[in-house]
Design a protein around this ligand. Sequence first.
Ligand code: F6R
Length: 369
Amino acid sequence: DKGGWSSFMAKEIAEDPQAVEDTIRGRISNGTVRLPDLEALSDEYFRDIDRILLIACGTAYYSGLTGAYALEQWTRVPVTVELAHEFRYREPVISDRTLVVSLSQSGETMDTLLAVRFARESGAKTISICNTQGATIPRESDSVVYTYAGPEVAVASTKAFVAQIAAIYLLGLHIAKVRQTLTDEEIRVETTEFQTIPDKLRETLTHHESIKELAGWMADTRSVLFLGRHTGYPIALEGALKLKEIAYIHAEGFAAGELKHGPIALIEPGQPVFVMVPSPRHDNGLHAKIVSNIEEIRARGAHVLSVAEGGDASVLPYSEAVFATPPTSVFFEPFLKVVPLQIFALELSTAKGLDVDQPRNLAKSVTVE
Ligand code: F6R
C-alpha cells in the first residue's frame, strides 16, 4: 500500500528517518551502544580480528563504501570493501582473524550469498547486515545485525541504504568499545549525534519541492555528473546509480580529487554537476578543496548543483542551486547528503513519465549469479 504517495519510492524516501530511528532503537542508550545481536561473537574474538572486509552489490556496496570510513577510524582495524561478485573470483587472503560483513537488503542476493559461503569456508567469521528477517544470508552467517527499514518495495533502494550505514556504525561503535579504540566519552559524543539524525533527516526532507522543481526543468538532461570526497564520494556514486536506474540517464560519480586526472575533460558548458560539499566546520581541510573544484568546473561552464550545509555561503556564488542539509559531525553527513539525490532521481524519473518503482530490466531481488 502506497499510503497516498505517488510511488513506493516516494513513500520509502519519506521513511528514511524512521528507518534510521528503528535501526538504532534500543541499541543506543545512555550514551553507549548495546548489540545483543552479536552475542555469538565474543569480545575476545573482536579484540583479535586484524581485518574487516565488507562485501555487497549495488547500493548495498555503496553503503559499505560509506560506512567504511567511520568503521576503520573508530576500530583502528583496516577495512576494505569489495563487490561480492568480484571477491569470489580471485584468491583473496582470508584467515580466522578476518571478519567478513555482508550487506544485503533482501538477504537473498545470490552473488552476496556465494561470497559469504566462500568466506566461511575460508575460515572467516561472517556477520550479515540484512533487512529481511530469516533470509538466507543471515541464516548462513555467524551473526546478524538486522536493519529495521521495513519492507522496501520500490526496486531502487533508498531507506534500506541509510539503515545499512546506521548498522555499520552500530557495529563500529560496538567493536571500538570492545577494543577500547574510542573512549567512553568519544562513544557518548558519537551516539548523541547519531540520535539526532532521524530529526535531521526529517528537516532535509522538507526541501523536496525545490528539488522537484529543479528535476522538472532538467527532464531533457542527457548526462549528470556527481562529485564528492571522503564519505561524499560513495554518496556521489550512489546518486549516479539512482539516476541510471530509474531515470535512464547517463550518470557518473567521481572522487573530486580525481577530476584533474581525467574526468575534468568531460566538463563542457551546461553540464550539470552535483557536488557534495563537506561542512566548512570540519577540520579535515576538505571544504576548501571542494570549493576550488567547484570554481574549476564552473570556469568551464558547468551548472553546479551543491548539496551543502545550511548557511554555507561560500558555494552560493558558483551554484545554480544549493540544497541545504542540517549541520552534523563528519561521519553523519552522508545520511543527510544522500537524501536530495534520492529525491532528485525520483522526481526526474517522474518528470520523464517513467515507472519509478519498476524500472526496465531490473528485479528487486537478484537471486541468480
Ligand atoms: C539499487 C539496488 C540494487 C541493490 C543490489 C543489492 O537501487 O537496489 O543495486 O542494492 O541489487 O541488493 P540487496 O541489498 O538485496 O543484496
